[in-house]
Design a protein around this ligand. Structure first.
Ligand code: ADP
Ligand code: MG
Length: 680
């Protein structure tokens, strides 16, 4: 009888409450977690002779301590031990950093084995580990450890767990695929990830583990989709004639991409299945009007619709636009933000109307998800700039209705290759075309010493009747400094342009009403130039603004710069984006050059990932790519794509649910979905 992989790690011998706690902190709760806690690196600790060691290589060397080790401490936590080490006939210099306790074991004249990085030129070894005298495996995994739990503890626990539980390790990747791609069985993977006999074994196990991880992730997504399809949603029987008539009244013709996307959305809404669709389009591609059309469709079907935006400015802007569009049609549009909440009476009235179904379309910020906001009959939920909201906020909004259809909009460019991974179980519509007549934004990278010329250029544009934004950087650590920064920029420009142009300022600390007033003034061209912190980063639409100056541009991420740049180039006039920066590093320079070279959000996203390099968890998180344990969706992209394709095929097979070969996989997927591990 063998145990269950879901058993607590506390069932292992020698693991008391304290160790359990320490392991939990590392994310290890169950035996399955422990067996899936793979080493992050492998060291080849077979002793080599100096002749076969290349410069910079990590290697285990055996030799004799040839001088009395000297321990030097500097600072509170830093130290260094130096000594000479006789390896065969050569003497090399060994340094151990920050392991002062090793000094007792480093006795002059004693034979030891040290693992470290060899510097051939200096004949020196930067030591990492003092190895117990040989024995056991020459190739060994290194685990991420913590203060409470040492790497060696993990290693021995994994050993125990493997012995007791290995028979419970089940294959989830179908046999056929394992044969096709020459992958190891799950049991073999777990064994060789932890205890590989050779580097080759470790590599094969890793490749298999990555495939397994990506395959299961994608299978989970496909499974969720399958379940959702069965799930009864609302069939929104919209009025096609009214919808057509509405689209005809728009001041412009929809682009081909917009038309295609409208069709995709309408087809979804009409079906009883629950719509869960992501609308992706670069900044300025015209997503708002798509939301308006979808919401109008819901209204003609007799339902209410709601649109959630990440900032008050944006919510206000949407409300103004939609009210203009819809009022002639007798559709009631209302706005709910935290400012509305300040006026208790107004808010109560609004909520009462909403609950009675007298408001058709409600626009707002996250104020929409407060408990007392109740719809009479909510049919469609739209989130704008959806990446700005947490998973829970989006879910809370959905739960305001009985399975309303969901349309999430985003401009966050993400390489196409990763879309499937990042967007989880959503269906994706893409607007891949800008409205006709847009002139490409001309981007220049300007050094700080050229600021004078820059302001001269800005003045020229303002003379021509255009408007400009100047963005002062946001330094996350200190809002106070940012504010001061923005105020200084404002004061300087107000002085510089005195009597010539009207300069305004907008920042995050202003009251909502003040922000609104400033934005309204800018829209009406009562201001020529707006100094702002990044509060205007998303969504703001003032087509007469054609100049975007970004100060200290190297402080921003590429995606953010692209969003900021997207505030201009919204009309038919030529637009300019001026990035002011003196980056010191090659990386910083390459980033500025990328912005100058392309206006395409997808290319920028790809470049961003390349420049940052794989393994940048934070960067991929921002793009919505989940964290994987073994695989890296960027470095291991090929495997990701193959695993995705295969998972889709496996789950699409008509006999997927009935084929006994899939029993284990299906059970696993049910469990995963049951545990609320949603891929949203
Ligand atoms: P985003 O996709 O960044 O949210 P918006 O919806 O704010 O873009 O649209 C940008 C601008 O383009 C708006 O001023 C909008 O009215 C305009 N627009 C949208 N669709 C078209 C179109 N088909 N032709 C011309 N202008 C359009
Ligand atoms: Mg927008």
């Amino acid at each position: 009888m063998h145990g269950q992989l879901s058993d607590s790690v506390g069932t292992l011998r020698g693991v008391g409450p304290k160790k359990v706690q320490g392991l939990n902190k590392l994310g290890i709760n169950t035996i399955a977690d422990l067996l899936g806690y793979y080493p992050f690196r492998y060291d080849d600790i077979a002793v080599k002779s100096l002749a076969e060691v290349a410069d910079g290589q990590k290697v285990a060397l055996k030799g004799i301590v040839a001088s009395e080790p000297v321990l030097a401490r500097f600072g509170r936590a830093k130290s260094r031990i130096n000594f000479r080490f006789l390896v065969e006939h050569d003497v090399i210099l060994v340094t151990f950093f920050n392991q002062p306790y090793l000094k007792q074991q480093l006795v002059s004249g004693k034979e030891i084995v040290i693992y470290g990085k060899y510097n051939a030129k200096r004949q020196a070894l930067s030591a990492m580990k003092l190895l117990a005298n040989q024995g056991g495996n020459d190739f060994t995994g290194v685990y991420r450890a913590s203060k409470e739990i040492k790497a060696t503890t993990i290693k021995s626990l994994v050993k125990d767990a493997y012995e007791l539980y290995h028979e419970s390790l089940q294959d989830l990747v179908p046999v056929k695929l394992r044969a096709k791609y020459r992958l190891e069985s799950h049991q073999q993977i777990v064994h060789d990830m932890h205890f590989p006999a050779t580097a080759k074994a470790a590599n094969l196990a890793r490749r298999s583990a990555i495939f397994e991880e990506f395959f299961l992730f994608q299978a989970g997504i496909q499974f969720m989709k399958k379940l959702a399809r069965k799930d009864e949603g609302i069939a929104l029987k919209y009025n096609n004639d009214e919808l057509r008539a509405f689209i005809k009244t728009l001041p412009f013709e929809l682009t081909a991409a917009q038309k295609r996307v409208v069709n995709e959305i309408c087809a979804d809404m009409r079906r009883p299945a629950h719509m869960n669709r992501l609308l992706q389009g670069d900044v300025g591609s015209g997503k708002t009007i798509i939301a308006a059309i979808a919401m109008y469709a819901a209204v003609t079907a007799g339902y209410q619709a709601t649109l959630m935006a990440p900032t008050e400015i944006l919510a206000q802007q949407h409300a103004d636009k939609l009210a203009d569009l819809f009022e002639p049609l007798g559709v009631n549009v209302a706005l709910l933000t935290s400012t509305t909440s300040n006026k208790a009476k107004l808010r109560q009235e609004l909520l009462a109307h909403l609950a009675k179904g007298e408001i058709d379309i409600l626009i707002g910020t996250h104020a929409l998800i407060q408990a007392d906001v109740e719809f009479a009959k909510l049919g469609l939920v739209v989130t704008d700039e959806q990446h700005r909201f947490g998973v829970n906020q989006r879910k809370d909004l959905r739960q305001k209705g009985a399975k309303p259809d969901v349309l999430a909009m985003t401009a966050t460019p993400i390489p196409r290759t990763l879309a499937l991974t990042a967007y989880g179980e959503m269906d994706v519509s893409i607007i891949d075309e800008l409205p006709a007549g847009r002139k490409p934004i001309k981007t220049s990278w300007v050094r700080k010493k050229q600021l004078k010329e820059l302001w001269g250029f800005v003045a020229q544009q303002l003379e021509l009747g255009s408007q400009a934004y100047v963005i002062s950087p946001l330094i996350e650590e200190s809002e106070a400094i940012d504010l001061q920064n923005a105020k200084e920029v404002y004061a300087n420009l107000a002085q510089l342009f005195k009597d010539r142009f009207r300069v305004g300022i907008l920042h995050g600390q202003m009251k909502a009403a003040e922000k609104e007033a400033i934005m309204a003034a800018f829209k009406k061209h009562e201001l020529d130039l707006l100094v702002s912190t990044t509060v205007i980063e998303v969504g703001v639409d003032v087509p007469n603004a054609t100049v975007m100056v970004i100060l200290d541009a190297d402080r921003f991420g590429l995606a953010q710069l692209h969003q900021l740049r997207g505030r201009v180039g919204r009309g038919s006039k030529a637009s300019y984006c001026l990035l002011v920066a003196d980056p010191k590093t090659d990386y910083g320079k390459a980033r500025m050059e990328t912005m100058v070279q392309t206006n395409d959000g997808f290319i920028i996203a790809q470049k961003d990932l390349e420049l940052r390099g794989p393994g940048d968890v934070l960067g991929s998180k921002q793009a919505g790519i989940p964290d994987f344990r073994v695989g890296d969706p960027i470095a291991d992209l090929k495997i990701l794509q193959i695993a995705q394709m295969e998972a889709q095929q496996v789950l699409a097979a008509p006999d997927f649910l009935t084929n006994p070969e899939n029993a284990g996989l299906i059970q696993y997927l049910h469990q995963k979905v049951g545990q609320g591990q949603k891929f949203d």
